[in-house]
Design a protein around this ligand. Structure first.
Ligand SMILES: Nc1nc2c(ncn2[C@@H]2O[C@H](COP(=O)(O)OP(=O)(O)OP(=O)(O)O)[C@@H](O)[C@H]2O)c(=O)[nH]1
Ligand SMILES: [Mg+2]
Length: 311
């Protein structure tokens, strides 16, 4: 698949060849095929090689690497250029802690983030955008009747993967972007949680637009995640998801862990001096705490100030 595959190339069904050993193939992988690659009904090819991955987006089930769940690392997708962080503005309510985690994962995997705020017909984006003012984070607002031209322009020529909680509207958006996709769309239950309608990731070629030249890009729809665990990201790399804070740490004492109980952590003075939003530092420290098994395990991705579930 992917940019050099033309729109008229056949869709080939292939299975993993035994010589690949235990290496798993994930959505986004570029592979070498042998056998019947005609795409004819019943034709079956074999995947004999997985090309080196340009990027690998990972998450863990939990944050704490000392637990079995924390060690269980999942590759979400390979070779993505852009991480589309999908968050509803209501129903389910936005979780800035979740978005912060996705940003950490994106920077860690060297994938560009794009914030996609859905259900803009139900609530305004001011609170979420206000939280990210210092980040120059590109964003798009989506409502059922919105024009998708700006989003299509940001997706053109790249492989983008959507991540987000269940029920935020990922598949709804994919169906609008790729009308023949026919992705199942679910309902959101009363407590504001979706039901995990999508159960596997699927990459879809975006259709060419009249008047636009070049490759329209690929979009990958993924199943909703309950949390985006970051046990695989080092404490130092966590900070890369907080570019508004990173500069301050040059003034930290050697081996500063940047936690709230570090007496001389320069982040406190940075925030006290108005150079960054205190909520961002709090979010970073909640992430640090969560990785060491502390913090509120029920809603690890809700920052103070985020709306309550169901509101
Ligand atoms: N009001 C409103 N509702 C929306 C919007 N986008 C999606 N929805 C509704 O939200 C519900 C969930 O949408 P899905 O597209 O299934 O959500 P998903 O993110 O794919 O969920 P999972 O597959 O479970 O991860 C559906 O009832 C949609 O109709 C929107 O922009 N505004
Ligand atoms: Mg879905």
């Amino acid at each position: 698949m992917f940019p050099d595959a033309g729109p008229d190339d056949p869709t080939v069904t292939a299975m993993r060849a035994r010589e690949l050993g235990r290496k798993s193939v994930v959505v986004g992988d570029r592979v070498s095929l042998v056998g019947d690659t005609s795409g004819a009904p019943g034709a079956l090819a074999r995947i004999v090689r997985i090309a080196e991955r340009r990027s690998v987006l990972r998450r863990t089930a939990e944050d704490d690497a000392t637990t079995a769940e924390g060690r269980l690392e999942r590759v979400v997708v390979a070779n993505a250029d852009q991480l589309v962080i999908v968050s509803a503005l209501a129903d389910p309510p936005p979780r800035t802690g979740f978005i912060d985690r996705c940003l950490v994962a994106a920077y860690d995997a060297d994938i560009e983030p794009l914030l996609c705020l859905t259900k803009a017909d139900l609530a305004g984006p001011e609170a979420v955008l206000g939280y990210y003012t210092e980040l120059e984070l590109p964003y798009v607002l989506i409502r059922p009747d919105s024009d998708l031209a700006a989003l299509r322009a940001l997706l053109a020529g790249r492989v983008s993967v959507m991540v987000g909680h269940s029920g935020v509207g990922k598949s709804t958006l994919v169906n609008r972007l790729v009308p023949e996709a026919d992705r199942a769309v679910g309902t959101v239950s009363a407590i504001g949680r979706g039901r995990h309608t999508s159960t596997s990731a699927v990459a879809l070629r975006l259709p060419p637009q009249p008047g636009a030249d070049g490759d329209p890009g690929w979009i990958i729809d993924t199943p909703g995640v309950r949390s985006f665990g970051l046990a695989h990201v080092s404490a130092e790399s966590l900070l890369h998801g907080f570019p508004d804070l990173v500069e301050a740490t040059v003034d930290c004492p050697a081996n500063c862990q940047h936690t709230a109980d570090e007496a001389d952590c320069a982040l406190d003075a940075w925030v006290a001096g108005g150079k960054a939003d205190p909520r961002r530092l709090a979010s970073y420290r909640r992430l640090l705490a969560s990785r060491s098994g502390e913090g509120d395990p029920r809603e690890p991705e809700r920052n103070p100030g985020d709306p309550l579930a169901g509101s």
